[in-house]
Design a protein around this ligand. Sequence first.
Ligand code: ATP
Ligand code: MG
Length: 442
Amino acid sequence: MTPLLIALSALLAFLLWNQTRKVNGYLRRLSEALLNHDRSALGGEPFDRAPPAVRELERHIFEQLFETETLERRVTRREDLLGAIVEGLGDAVLVFDQNLTIRFINPSASNLFGWDSDSPPLDRNAAACIGNIDLVGMLEDCVTHGRWENAEITHSVPGESEVGRRVLEVDVAPLQRDDSGMVTRARAVLHDVSAAHQLEQVRKDFVANASHELRTPLTVINGYLENLLDTELEDRDMSLRFLGVMRKHGERIARIIEDMLTISKLESGFDGIEDKRFELRKCAEEVAVRLAPLADAKDAQIVLDIPDDDEIAGDAFYWDQIFFNLIENAIKENDAPGLTVTVAMRRTGKYDEIVVADDGVGIPKAALPYIFKRFYRVDTNRGAEKKGTGLGLSIVKRAVEAHGGEIRVESTPGVRTAFVINLPGQGDAPAASATRDEAEGQ
Ligand code: ATP
Ligand code: MG
């Protein structure tokens, strides 16, 4: 072999070695970029001079990484969106596995079960954390039998009173199964339907109470009618007496119906309420005059502590009803002579405060939460004569609310019973509707 051939062979070997080294370098960089999902490691100086096959490979990897990144971003966005929806859901959501181990809960579930949202009971057993046998039974049935469960259960929220027991519509369904069909993940969604239940109960009570209240005077009227027919009106005095009783009960039926219509009108957001300015003192004076015979018969006194000429904006018709019912209640419920009923008004800037107070027997503490409910009467044995319908205070409350105000009651039996009405301060405001809108907007 000539020296020239040897030199050429060495040069060739060197060039081959050098090329292989460069290609290896490119491939190493490509593989690192792929491994680290790093598009920035590609392109630029070294690859500009790379062989076409390597550049082609680089372009493919670059595109692949770009697509993967876009896909990852889309998945993350969707996950974030779903997460935000489930997190913000009013319904409680719970995900658990075949051993009832809790895998996910949203904040509503934490609230419902009284869990600390900073340290939710993830990876703990649902049966041990959820203090509700019915619900745990449903979760067990779902994972054991692999079926969808739906039922209504009652639930006491920890820390809330028993009175506030919630009614929950529970929906439990499998989410994932293994190859043998066994449930490996399931979810429970708990929807609070207490408000709908309460509304339904109120409706039922209303129908039952209204029927009961109307049936009593109707039975009396029918009884006297039978008597009249039996006696064939022979005894004129007795017939007149019977007719008198019938008229009284007829009037009672008419009043109940009228009261129910007033309540329904006020409850249906009726906006035909007037907002004229009128003198509150005059309105209370008129009521006091009408109730004077009842007050005199019981030796009761009605004291008005309302500034002269002080006007408020509102509907005088409803203020007449408010005062009449509150003052009549006080007199009606007290037989002992010497009762004083005071009607006072103070303007405090933010509120106009109107108070109807008496120093009579008062209202037992246990009855106070129910006093404004329709048909509610305090159960006393103070004689059937006092028996009203129990609609008066319902009307008062709704009428006050229609004026944008609030009413509350305070009672110390035998000392002082006060119905306190707070109206949005009117000062020189022109109209009730304006102040009402402001109050609602607060
Ligand atoms: P209605 O007003 O429909 O004729 P009512 O007077 O019985 O019937 P409300 O005005 O709603 O019904 O009052 C409810 C109950 O509240 C009354 O039955 C009474 O027992 C009690 N009550 C209201 N005000 C007083 C009061 N000032 N002192 C004592 N008890 C009161
Ligand atoms: Mg009354």
